[in-house]
Design a protein around this ligand. Structure first.
Ligand code: ZN
Length: 82
């Protein structure tokens, strides 16, 4: 991790590794993923999700859409059904 990645682009405060709750509101369904790894600014609370995590979230969203889940709460790290 570089110094740059720990500085908040919004307020210049310091970001720290934490977790966040990711919510996607789709037209037909609402998906909540808990405990997603993220960098959180200690000053303004801005959250960043890394590209690798974002890609996996995308998979989880697709998976929920494929199952036509109306509302679903998932835990980060849950296996995505094939
Ligand atoms: Zn900030």
């Amino acid at each position: 991790m570089t110094n740059e990645s720990t500085v908040c682009a919004v307020c210049g405060g310091s970001r720290t590794a934490s977790t966040t709750t990711f919510t996607v509101d789709l037209n037909s369904s609402l998906l909540v993923v808990r405990h997603v790894p993220a960098l959180v600014c200690r000053q303004c609370g801005e959250e960043w999700i890394a590209n690798s995590e974002a890609a996996r979230l995308e998979e989880m969203v697709q998976d929920a859409q494929n199952r036509h889940a109306a509302f679903e709460v998932m835990e980060w790290g849950e296996p995505v059904a094939a």
